[in-house]
Design a protein around this ligand. Structure first.
Ligand SMILES: Cc1cc2nc3c(=O)[nH]c(=O)nc-3n(C[C@H](O)[C@H](O)[C@H](O)COP(=O)(O)O)c2cc1C
Length: 389
């Protein structure tokens, strides 16, 4: 009953079984809204902390109220809007924290004695296990990097290689887990790994970048770990240790470290000795380019994720008028050639609030009828701006 946040310190969490605390249920009954709930809570806290100071002006003593969830009973806070002086104080405090230089990669060529490009015609295969696109995007980014080093890079889903991996070029795998299971594009590959005979991956040079979320403590990094272990057991040759990128931790920091380590390994094993000391291949486009595009604003996004627009044929409230948490009934026409099975996902791409869009357009001096696309140069970071859509 004691309110003790230190029970959730990383050390305390590491010291107990991941099965000791299951706030979102588990197994078949695990909550599919978990990631959304965590994002929503994080955003709300960030918004409040950004705009207000929270003041406990009645010296509150904790009394727990337990209904569906635990709540502090009768707890109120006064909000005081942050002033520019408050913000300056916070910025000053943050500036002295380690790693606060926002971690831009210095990817200018370093004089590390390594070749700066690979032998012409060297292939690289990037495979992803991805449901929502994070791992696919990382794989594509790594392909961009590799192309810059002179590789002929191919990107494909893991399932395209269920049954056999090529041994004539390095294979880099970027994979996620969902409740400990493989993504839809990696199920056959994982099945093959689990049943393959000894030696089935002999000599395949590989590296695994695992993407996961520590909130799924009991099955954190389950699939990338399995892939890494099984490839090793089947005789493949590990180029570098598996990386664990944590969506609730320093995801992009881990990805950057992995990218740098991979670059070193690839140049060490596949580099063109004649390129040692040469300047790195010139990258012409180092920033973002903006072009005007035609077609609907969602076309590029739809193409990227294989989305099919659908028509809502019926929509009405299921809850009584005025009910504070309305539930809606939607009937949707399936387009030709599209099937539906129970538990398939439906993506809703909501429009931004028109007032917010108008304000942004006004501030940027943009005409609202113009459709723009951002393209990132090979070496520009894709972390912050939405590109190619
Ligand atoms: C429903 C759900 C279940 C998840 N289960 C796990 C898990 O068991 N282990 C893990 O490490 N991460 C888990 N995650 C986190 C995802 O692996 C992580 O968000 C990853 O970035 C998704 O990659 P993708 O966008 O390429 O599909 C889960 C996420 C969701 C939404």
């Amino acid at each position: 009953e004691l309110f003790d946040p230190s029970r959730f310190s990383p050390e305390a969490e590491a010291a107990r079984s991941p099965h000791a605390y299951k706030p979102f249920g588990t197994g078949e009954r695990a909550c599919i809204g978990r990631q959304f709930a965590l994002h929503e809570a994080t955003m709300l806290l960030a918004l409040l902390a950004h705009r207000y100071r929270l003041v406990d002006d009645c010296d509150y003593q904790l009394r727990i109220k337990e209904t569906l969830t635990l709540k502090p009973e009768g707890f109120t806070l006064t909000l005081a809007a942050r002033t520019p002086a408050d913000r300056a104080a916070v910025r000053a405090a943050l500036a002295v924290l380690p790693g606060s230089d926002s971690g831009t990669v210095d990817d200018t060529a370093t004089d590390d004695g390594l070749p700066t490009r690979v032998l012409q015609g060297t292939g690289l295969l990037l495979l992803h296990g991805s449901n929502y696109g994070t791992c696919r995007e990382f794989a594509e980014r790594l392909a961009d990097e590799a192309t810059g080093l002179g590789f002929t890079a191919d990107v494909a889903p893991l399932d395209a290689y269920a049954g056999a991996l090529p041994a004539d070029r390095p294979v880099v795998i970027v994979a996620a887990s969902y409740n400990g299971r493989p993504t839809d594009d990696a199920a056959a590959f994982v099945e093959w790994l689990n049943t393959a005979r000894d030696g089935a991956a002999t000599g395949v040079p590989f590296a695994v970048l695992g993407v996961g979320d520590r909130n799924w403590a009991a099955t954190y990094q389950h699939i990338p770990t399995l892939i890494d272990d099984r490839l090793d057991a089947l005789g493949a040759h590990r180029l570098l240790p598996r990386a664990e990128a944590d969506a609730s931790g320093d995801l992009s920091g881990t990805v950057k470290e992995f990218t740098a380590a991979l670059r070193t390994q690839l140049l060490t094993h596949y580099g063109d000795p004649e390129s040692v000391g040469a300047s790195a291949p010139a990258s012409e486009d180092t920033g973002y380019s903006v072009t005007e595009v035609t077609g609907g604003p969602l076309d590029a996004l739809a193409a990227r994720h294989g989305l099919v627009p659908m028509t809502v044929t019926e929509a009405h409230d299921l809850t009584a008028e005025g009910w504070p948490r309305p539930k809606r009934f939607l009937r949707i026409a399936l387009p030709d050639g599209v099937g539906y099975r129970t538990a398939d996902h439906l993506a809703v791409l909501p429009a931004n609030a028109p007032a917010a869009v108008e304000r942004a357009a006004h501030v940027l001096g943009a005409d609202l009828d113009t459709v723009l696309a951002l393209h990132s140069g090979r070496r520009a970071s894709r972390d912050t701006l939405p590109v190619d859509r």
